[in-house]
Design a protein around this ligand. Structure first.
Ligand SMILES: Cc1ncc(COP(=O)(O)O)c(C=O)c1O
Length: 385
């Protein structure tokens, strides 16, 4: 491993040189079954032929044009993305490059919407304890976990955290200073914890009554990962803003903030921007992801494979497996031992997995994973546990 990187990631000792389907390979040809998808990014696996072709064809045309002009491929991608989010009544999109950037756009939308409609002093954003919204100073301010805040203050003013599942506490938090509420339908970094349906319904009702923007951070759980294109569709509520990134372009960097009727026209000319936002390479890749993933039969398969994965783990009856949670191909497993130790042993045996906290394993396999690959990867993890 090179020592020229800043030491920001605790890394496992594997250097990959190529990938195919649900597998990555190192320079010695050793094969690793990928239960991580690059943290929910490579949703179509590695070297997916249509994705490879779309990116290389687009690169042969042009890699980038400024947002002061239009690119045919980015226009098509934006249109298809808004259509894919029609289940949540999204109307317009702002394209960026990452999840944190998508959330920054969401905060600006909520603040400006509130300022224009209700005047100053109503700019706070409520998020949940345990949430994760990104690493920029403002996205960190939104993140409801102290461990990420250490050493980096002062933070952006105006963020408050409510405990998930506690409706009276949310009622108190959504006071006259609040412009927006940002929720993860399934909290990923907190250990894969789906929000309770009654809680989300109550949140939507409170937001509607108080004209507070209801926003979903679907950066980890969106783009089909839970078995519906947006995870919030499962709650039957209509958000005002949805943010996406990670899997949206199958591995190319992209981020998106979408808005429904209320806030679709809040941002005007000069209010926001991003040099790379809507980059044609990412847009070409995103079009492939949308075409493949936003298909009811494909989404159904994601849900089925997720059920299968959780079902197998539950059937182990292992005393050191405490709880299995998740939705679709987003799975959290609480264990009694150090999760990092399990990741190290799994790597040795050719399986890549993630943790979410000291004692939670997290699996985010690519959607194209086969049943026999799920079974073989889990056999190895079962032995380790
Ligand atoms: C729910 C959620 N929001 C935001 C982010 C930040 O995304 P990015 O790392 O692309 O900035 C992440 C990344 O893990 C995430 O899981």
């Amino acid at each position: 491993m090179s020592d020229c990187f800043m030491n920001t990631y605790r890394r496992l000792p594997a250097t990959f040189t190529r990938g195919e389907g649900a597998f990555l390979f190192d320079g010695n040809g050793k094969r690793f079954l990928d239960f991580t998808s690059g943290i929910a990014v490579n949703c179509l696996g590695h070297a997916y032929p249509a994705l490879v072709k779309a990116i290389s064809d687009q690169s042969a045309r042009f890699n980038h044009v400024s947002n002061y002009f239009q690119s045919d491929v980015t226009e098509r991608f934006a249109q298809k993305l808004v259509e894919a989010c029609s289940g949540a009544d999204m109307k317009k999109v702002f394209l960026g490059n990452s999840g944190a950037e998508a959330n920054e756009a969401a905060f600006k939308i909520a603040r400006k919407y509130s300022l224009k409609k209700h005047g100053p002093g109503r700019h706070a954003i409520v998020t949940l304890k345990g949430s994760f919204h990104g690493r920029t100073i403002t996205a960190l301010s939104a993140t409801g976990q102290d461990k990420f805040h250490k050493d980096f203050g002062p933070f952006t003013e105006g963020f408050k955290y409510a405990p998930p599942g506690d409706i009276p506490a949310l009622d108190r938090a959504l006071d006259s200073t609040v412009a927006g509420l940002l929720l993860e339908a399934v909290q990923g970094e907190a250990g894969v914890r789906p929000l309770d349906g009654a809680y989300v319904e109550a949140a939507a009702k409170l937001c509607a009554e108080r004209d507070i923007l209801l926003m979903f951070d679907e950066i980890q759980c969106g783009v089909g990962r839970t078995g519906s294109f947006l995870a919030c569709e499962g709650f039957g509520v209509k958000p005002d803003v949805v943010t996406l990134a990670k899997g949206l372009a199958g591995g190319a960097p992209v981020g998106a903030a979408l808005a429904g009727e209320k806030a679709a026209d809040t941002l005007g000319i000069g209010d926001h921007g991003s040099t790379f936002g809507g980059n044609p390479l990412a847009a070409a890749a995103g079009l492939v992801v949308l075409e493949i993933v936003n298909d009811p039969a494909f989404l159904k398969e994601i849900a089925r494979k997720g059920e299968k994965l959780r079902g197998i783990i539950r059937s182990w009856n292992k005393p050191n497996v405490k709880e299995v949670r998740g939705k679709g191909l987003m799975v959290g497993v609480d264990i009694e031992e150090d999760a990092w130790g399990v990741l190290e042993k799994a790597l040795e045996k050719g399986v890549l997995s993630l943790s979410a906290g000291a004692k939670t394993l997290r699996f985010l396999p690519p959607y194209i994973i086969r049943d026999e690959e799920i079974e073989s990867g889990l056999r190895i993890l079962e032995e380790i546990l």
